[in-house]
Design a protein around this ligand. Structure first.
Ligand code: KIV
Length: 267
């Protein structure tokens, strides 16, 4: 019998990386080919983000993405994964109640192979219910793309003291509710640094400065192959190399050495 020699990272491996001060690298992935490449480079987490609504499906927002779409892409990524930890997004309206959230999270885990689900916003009741069922949860605060019709635009969040206090308080509440990871999107670097220092769970930033415990980017943004304008916080890693593998490796190394993001990619 041939046992696999590489085991996927676990939630405790990620917690250990935070404790050791080792930066966590994360990229979005949506299919098996990129999954194999990203995993081969050594990226720690692959996020099957509902950003696939824009990058893969060509919609203007993430709102049309369904649980069925998410399960399909999570399974594609999982099939080619060896080491990377897998997080899948619960899409828009997939978690209006704890029970519906649990049912949809179970689909992402049982049919897709996700090890953790991510949900947007301050939803401590949903997070604690999922955590009680043994479902690892990643919170997501700051800019919430699923709320774009309420927000009106994709602007930086938490710039004034009242908004910053709310994001800080929500982060603590999510940790207390049982979240095992937190994504902070488009918030001032100073606020993200404070939250990352105060929480014991790993905090992964996107447009949130260099002092988070890890970084995530949308794959198409860092390869500069997106169909929409690249956000200011994303760097084109293809500029310094001739291959996709080289670009992913450059991103991975830059995150590990705290060389990305620079002030140019932060707020
Ligand atoms: O959907 C996604 O890709 C995300 C990242 C931008 C964090 O949530």
């Amino acid at each position: 019998m041939n046992y696999p020699t590489v085991k996927p990272l676990s939630v405790t491996d990620l917690a250990g990386m935070k404790q050791r001060g080792e930066k966590i690298s994360c990229l979005t992935a949506y299919d098996a080919s990129f999954s194999a490449l990203i995993d081969h480079v050594g990226i720690d987490i692959m996020l099957i983000g509902d950003s696939l609504g824009m990058t893969i499906q060509g919609h203007d927002t993430t709102l049309p993405v369904t649980v069925t779409d998410m399960v399909y892409h999570t399974r594609c990524v999982c099939n080619a994964r060896r080491r990377a930890f897998l997080i899948a997004d619960l899409p828009f309206m997939a978690y209006p109640t704890p029970q519906i959230a649990a049912k949809n999270a179970a689909k992402l885990m049982q049919c897709g192979g996700a090890q953790m689900v991510k949900l947007e916003g301050a939803k401590p009741g949903i997070v604690s219910f999922l955590a009680e069922q043994g479902i690892p949860v990643c919170g997501h605060l700051g800019l919430l793309p699923q709320s774009i019709n309420q927000l009106g635009n994709y602007a930086v969040q938490g710039k004034n003291p009242i908004d910053a206090d709310k994001i800080r308080a929500d982060a603590h509440q999510l940790e207390q509710s049982g979240a095992a990871l937190l994504v902070l999107e488009c918030v001032p670097a100073k606020l993200a640094k404070e939250i990352s220092t105060q929480l014991s769970i790993p905090v992964i930033g996107i447009g949130a400065g260099v002092d988070c415990d890890g970084q995530v980017l949308v794959l198409q943004d860092m390869l500069n192959i997106g169909i929409t304008k690249r956000p200011r916080f994303a760097k084109d890693f293809m500029q310094q190399t001739k291959s996709i593998e080289g670009a992913i490796n450059a991103y991975h190394q830059a995150v590990k050495q705290s060389l990305f993001p620079t002030n140019d990619h932060s707020f």
